[in-house]
Design a protein around this ligand. Structure first.
Ligand SMILES: *[C@@H]1O[C@H](CO)[C@@H](O)[C@H](O)[C@H]1NC(C)=O
Ligand SMILES: *[C@@H]1O[C@H](CO)[C@@H](O)[C@H](O)[C@H]1NC(C)=O
Ligand SMILES: *[C@@H]1O[C@H](CO)[C@@H](O)[C@H](O)[C@H]1NC(C)=O
Ligand SMILES: *[C@@H]1O[C@H](CO)[C@@H](O)[C@H](O)[C@H]1NC(C)=O
Ligand SMILES: *[C@@H]1O[C@H](CO)[C@@H](O)[C@H](O)[C@H]1NC(C)=O
Ligand SMILES: *[C@@H]1O[C@H](CO)[C@@H](O)[C@H](O)[C@H]1NC(C)=O
Ligand SMILES: *[C@@H]1O[C@H](CO)[C@@H](O)[C@H](O)[C@H]1NC(C)=O
Ligand SMILES: *[C@@H]1O[C@H](CO)[C@@H](O)[C@H](O)[C@H]1NC(C)=O
Ligand SMILES: *[C@@H]1O[C@H](CO)[C@@H](O)[C@H](O)[C@H]1NC(C)=O
Length: 394
C-alpha cells in the first residue's frame, strides 16, 4: 500500500518535470527557467497536485525497496544532537516524510532546539503553515532552483490576501535556506479583483532567508511583521510584491518585476516593488534594500504608501529603466507626503535618476543612511545566526 503510493506519485512528478522543461527558454537552466517565466501558463505545476499525496500522513518507505532511493545517502540524516533535531523530507519516500507539512507537524511545540527540516530537491505542491507554537524551525532546501514549495490560492479562494500564502510562518526564529516559495495562481489581468496570490507570509519575529526564491505576481512576499533578514534572495512579482509592516533588511537580492510591459513613451504604471504598511511614527518598521538589483518588465514604482508612515530605503542598488522617473507614490493621499520616509542612496542605473522624483523622495546623506546599511537595522547582533549555523550536509 505504502509502496504503491510512492510509485504512483513518481511518474506524475516525472511527467510534470518533463512538461516544465518543455517551457524552458534555455536548456541550461533547469527549474529556474520556469520560475523566472511565470508569465507562461502555470498549468504544469498543477499536475503535481494530482499525485496522491496526503499532507498529514508520515510515510516511511525506507524499509521497502524503492529504486529512487538508490543514490540517497544511506546514513542520512545524521542523528539528532543535544541542540539540533533533523526532520528529513523527500518526495520519493527515501526518508521520514514526504511532505513538508508532515515534518513541521512532527516538530515538538515550543522546542528550544534548532529543528532542521531538511527538504530534498523537488516541487512540493502543498500549502504549508508553521504555527506560532513551533519556534526555531529551519527549512533547508537544495538550491532555490531545485527545491520549491508551491500552491495556488488567491485572495478569492482563501478569504483574503493574507490567507492566500503558499507558505505561512507565524513562529519566531524561522530560517529558510536555498529553497523557493511559489504561488502559481493565474497571473492577474488588468482590472482583476481578488487575484492577489501570496507565495510566502512571514509573520514571525527574527526570521532569516538565505539564497531563497519568492515567485508570484501580485503580492508575492508578505513581509508582514517582525524583524527579518533576506540575503542573496530572488524576488519576483508585479504589483506590491513586497508588502507588509515588518522591519527587514534585504542584502544582495535580485528583484525582478514581471509587471505588464508598457510601450515607450507611455506613462501608465503597471506595478510597484514595495507597499510598506507602517501605520504610525511610534512603530519601528521599514524595508531597507542594500546592494540589490531591480530589473524585469513594466513601468513600476519603487514603493507606494500603503499606510501613512510607509518607510523604504534603497542603497547601492542598481535599477533598470523600468522604474518610473517619479519613483514613488502616496496612494492618492497627499497627506502621506509629509509622513512617509522614502530614501535613496548611491543607486545606479537608468532607473536611479533622482531628478524627476516626487518631492517627498529623499536623497539620503551619508549620515542618514547609516542605520539602514547593515544587520544592526534589524538588531541582528541579538539573534541573527550565520548561514552555516546548523547546516546539514547530505
Ligand atoms: C490522510 O492520512 C490520515 C492519517 O493516516 C488519514 O486519517 C486520512 O484519512 C488521510 N486522508 C486522505 C485524503 O487520504
Ligand atoms: C529557540 O527558541 C527560544 C524561544 O524563542 C529561544 O530562546 C532559543 O534561543 C531558541 N533556540 C535556538 C537554537 O534557536
Ligand atoms: C488551483 O489549482 C487547482 C488544480 O488545478 C484548481 O482546481 C483550482 O481552481 C486552482 N485554484 C485557483 C484559485 O486558481
Ligand atoms: C473574485 O471574486 C469576485 C466576487 O465573486 C469576482 O467578481 C471576481 O471575478 C473574482 N476574481 C477572480 C480573479 O477570479
Ligand atoms: C545557498 O544559499 C547560500 C546563501 O545565498 C549560497 O551561498 C549557496 O551557494 C547556496 N547553496 C545552494 C546549494 O544553492
Ligand atoms: C553586492 O551584490 C553582488 C551580487 O549579489 C555581490 O557579488 C557582491 O559581492 C555584493 N557586494 C557586497 C559589498 O556585498
Ligand atoms: C489613484 O487614483 C487614480 C486616478 O483616479 C486611480 O486610477 C487609481 O486606481 C487610484 N489608486 C489607488 C491606489 O487608489
Ligand atoms: C536624469 O534625468 C534628467 C531629466 O530627465 C536628465 O536631464 C539627465 O540627463 C538624467 N541624468 C542622467 C545621468 O541620465
Ligand atoms: C552597523 O553600522 C553602524 C553604523 O555605522 C555601526 O555602529 C554598527 O557597528 C554596524 N553593525 C554591524 C553588525 O556591522
Amino acid at each position: 500500500m505504502v509502496a504503491k503510493i510512492a510509485i504512483i506519485a513518481l511518474p506524475c512528478c516525472t511527467a510534470a518535470l518533463l512538461l516544465l522543461s518543455s517551457h524552458l527558454h534555455s536548456p541550461a537552466t533547469s527549474l529556474l527557467g520556469i520560475l523566472l517565466d511565470l508569465a507562461t501558463p502555470s498549468l504544469p505545476f498543477y499536475l503535481l497536485a494530482s499525485g496522491n499525496t496526503n499532507s498529514t500522513e508520515n510515510h516511511r518507505y525506507r524499509d521497502e525497496y524503492n529504486p529512487f532511493c538508490d543514490d540517497f545517502p544511506p546514513d542520512f540524516p545524521p542523528p539528532d544532537t543535544a541542540t539540533v533535531s533533523i526532520f528529513c523530507v523527500d518526495p520519493n519516500g527515501c526518508c521520514s516524510f514526504t511532505t513538508v507539512q508532515a515534518a513541521v507537524n512532527a516538530v515538538p511545540s515550543f522546542s528550544r532546539k534548532r529543528n532542521v527540516v531538511w527538504i530534498n530537491k523537488g516541487i512540493y505542491y502543498e500549502k504549508v503553515t508553521v504555527p506560532a507554537t513551533k519556534p526555531n524551525i529551519t527549512f533547508q532546501g537544495q538550491g532555490f532552483d531545485l527545491t520549491a514549495i508551491a500552491w495556488n490560492d488567491t485572495a478569492n479562494s482563501s478569504h483574503g490576501t493574507f490567507y492566500s500564502a503558499s507558505v505561512s510562518v507565524f513562529a519566531t526564529g524561522f530560517v529558510a535556506k536555498n529553497i523557493s516559495f511559489i504561488n502559481v495562481a493565474p497571473i492577474p489581468r488588468p482590472g482583476d479583483v481578488g487575484a492577489q496570490a501570496v507565495a510566502l507570509r512571514i509573520g514571525g519575529d527574527q526570521a532569516a532567508f538565505w539564497g531563497c526564491g519568492f515567485f508570484g505576481a501580485q503580492d508575492t512576499l508578505h513581509d508582514d511583521r517582525g524583524r527579518h533578514y533576506f540575503k542573496e534572495c530572488f524576488i519576483q512579482g508585479s504589483i506590491d510584491f513586497i508588502f507588509g509592516d515588518a522591519r527587514s533588511l534585504y542584502e544582495n537580492c535580485r528583484v525582478i518585476s514581471m509587471a505588464d510591459a508598457v510601450p515607450a513613451g507611455v506613462r501608465t504604471i503597471t506595478g510597484s516593488v514595495t507597499a510598506h504598511g507602517r501605520e504610525s511614527e511610534e512603530e519601528k518598521t521599514g524595508y531597507s534594500f542594500v546592494n540589490c538589483s531591480i530589473g524585469g518588465t513594466g513601468r513600476i514604482w519603487l514603493g507606494r504608501a500603503w499606510r501613512p508612515y510607509s518607510t523604504v530605503v534603497f542603497a547601492y542598488t542598481s535599477m533598470s529603466d523600468i522604474i518610473a522617473s517619479e519613483g514613488w507614490n502616496d496612494w492618492n493621499d497627499s497627506s502621506r507626503d509629509q509622513t512617509v520616509f522614502y530614501g535613496e542612496y548611491r543607486c545606479t542605473g537608468d532607473g536611479a535618476n533622482l531628478s524627476d522624483r516626487v518631492p517627498y523622495a529623499q536623497k539620503l546623506s551619508d549620515g542618514q543612511v547609516l542605520p539602514y546599511l547593515n544587520t544592526s537595522y534589524i538588531d541582528g547582533d541579538r539573534w541573527l545566526m550565520p548561514y552555516c549555523d546548523s547546516l546539514i550536509f547530505a
